[in-house]
Design a protein around this ligand. Structure first.
Ligand code: DAT
Ligand code: MG
Length: 151
């Protein structure tokens, strides 16, 4: 077993407001990913701006920052083999109308901005986002059931 990664996933304010936190967590758990961090918070402007710094020049940036800071989010860290791409495939593409059924955005989303959930898009963003949202680190543990997840 190789390439264990940890990725940052966040249920956005629309997902929390719509009562989808449990449903979303369940999809990651059932897939076999390991929950190593979980935190609920209303993000500060500074946190949101750092998180979305790469989009600073985009026309949707200020709307994105007001959306993300508008209410509670649930920040999570998930580990597993290739966890970054596995999480992105559970989440689906950015626009909910284009995302395939079976993905979170495809099953619950109709919009590009209100798209319920964030997932890191690569190793560099995963490590910077984890450091940003989990400054005290994540949980080191190995579930007993993992002997039945990976051969
Ligand atoms: P993703 O969240 O799929 O990685 P992204 O990194 O390109 O997508 O964009 C970050 C977020 O910004 C995205 O989840 C929703 C918002 N966003 C992206 N493109 C947008 C657009 N054209 N109009 C409005 N919001 C947009
Ligand atoms: Mg992105």
């Amino acid at each position: 077993m190789s390439d264990i990664q940890t990725t940052f996933v966040m249920v956005k304010p629309d997902g929390v407001q719509r009562g989808l936190v449990g449903e979303i967590i369940q999809r990651f758990e059932r897939k076999g990913l390991r929950l190593v961090g979980l935190r609920g918070l209303i993000p500060s402007e500074q946190l949101a701006e750092t998180h979305y710094e790469v989009h600073k020049e985009r026309p949707f940036y200020s709307g994105l920052i007001s959306f993300i800071t508008s209410g509670p989010v649930v920040a999570m860290a998930w580990s597993g083999v290739d966890a970054i791409s596995v999480a992105r495939s559970i989440i689906g593409p950015t626009n909910g109308r284009e995302a395939a059924p079976g993905t979170i955005r495809g099953d619950y989303g109709m919009d590009i901005g209100f798209n319920l959930i964030h997932g890191s898009d690569g190793e560099d963003t995963a490590s910077s986002e984890l450091a940003l949202w989990f400054p005290e680190g994540t949980m080191e543990w190995k579930p007993d059931i993992e002997q039945w997840i990976y051969e």
